[in-house]
Design a protein around this ligand. Structure first.
Ligand code: ZN
Length: 341
């Protein structure tokens, strides 16, 4: 089984490189895992929220805890869950994996995940990797991307559209409705990321113009704390690199990429006392420089958002992942098993 050529991005998550297709390919069982154990899939989550109530996050970035418990039941019953590097080392060495091997990964810096995911996994002795954006640890503000989603969720849509169009240098296009696409469209029109310094100024101005409540210090309750990150290895969670500022690495030169990767490694390693040897490229965006720098810094596996499974021929610095946050337990089972359980 190989990566899909048609749909390189995952289904609407924030991690889709610009210019790549983002439409969900419908219900796709092409990544069903065979029994023979020559390949594995890496599953991607973002927030696993305690609350069942919809909040400001797009659904692709939020898997409620009840849904995650359904997923966990599937893993326990039908899959073998391995740590990322262990799965890779097995296929690289040509050894057989346990039947239906999956790897669990959780991106960004969500406080909720420590309460909703960590204990459930620890109780089931299931390993996982948390790719932590190190600059968000203990941060009082939300990351600018999430601040934007918060703002969109609180704004009057027509006013938001009017204000965006009036603030953009030139655009005759109607902004897309869906928040993640809207952010990408906006960044493309602006020519810079919301996570850049210019982006922060833009968000401040937009927020003031819309007159919506500020996300203020929401990060205080939504971002992981240092103590939480420090505790993760004791629960069998490996902490992986997700850079400091969650910038698109391809927007940075080699020195800039090196700072983002090395500084996050330093912060995370200081907290956990463990080397940081795995990485998820923010938005799945990377180039040859990213791969070179990441390898030079000692990363042995790096995850993209290219859809597909991984076998012994997969480049370990370009591992494929599947976004599963929006799938019910039944849908996940069908996707992994190729048929209803
Ligand atoms: Zn991310």
């Amino acid at each position: 089984m190989s990566a899909s050529n048609a749909v390189p991005g995952c289904t609407g998550v924030d991690h889709v490189p610009r210019g790549q297709a983002v439409d969900a390919p419908g219900f796709d069982i092409s990544h069903a895992l065979p029994q023979q154990g020559l390949e594995f899939v890496v599953l991607m989550y973002h927030r696993v929220a305690k609350s069942e109530m919809p909040d400001f996050l797009p659904s692709a970035l939020n898997c409620p805890a009840s849904r995650f418990r359904e997923h966990l039941a599937v893993f326990k019953r039908h899959c073998s869950v391995l740590p990322l590097e262990e799965a890779w080392n097995l296929v690289r060495g040509g050894r057989r994996l346990p039947p239906r091997t999956v790897v669990l990964t959780f991106d960004d810096c969500w406080y909720d995940n420590v309460e909703t995911v960590v204990h459930l996994l620890a109780d089931a002795a299931i390993p996982a990797t948390f790719f932590v954006s190190a600059g968000d640890i203990d941060r009082e503000e939300l990351h600018p991307n999430y601040r934007f989603y918060y703002l969109v969720s609180r704004a009057d849509r027509e006013q938001l559209t009017r204000d965006l169009l009036s603030m953009l240098p030139s655009s005759s296009m109607v902004p897309p409705a869906q928040a993640i696409r809207l952010r990408r469209w906006l960044e493309s029109a602006l020519g810079y990321e919301l996570a850049s310094e210019s982006g922060r100024v833009f968000l401040d101005t937009l927020e003031q113009g819309l007159g919506v409540p500020s996300s203020g210090s929401l990060g205080k309750t939504l971002n992981m704390t240092s103590d939480q990150v420090r505790s993760l290895p004791t629960y069998g969670i490996q902490v992986g690199n997700h850079t400091v500022n969650h910038r698109q690495l391809t927007a940075l030169d080699e020195a800039g990429q090196r700072v983002e990767l090395a500084e996050a490694q330093r912060i995370l390693s200081a907290l956990t006392g463990k080397p940081v040897t795995t990485l998820a490229y923010p938005y799945g965006v990377f180039n040859d420089i990213s791969v070179k720098v990441a390898a030079e810094l000692g990363h042995r596996c790096a995850c993209t958002v290219i859809q597909g499974s991984n076998d012994g021929d997969t480049d370990p610095m370009r591992l494929r992942r599947i976004d599963v946050s929006r799938l019910s337990g039944q849908e996940l089972a069908i996707r992994l098993l190729g048929a209803a359980p």
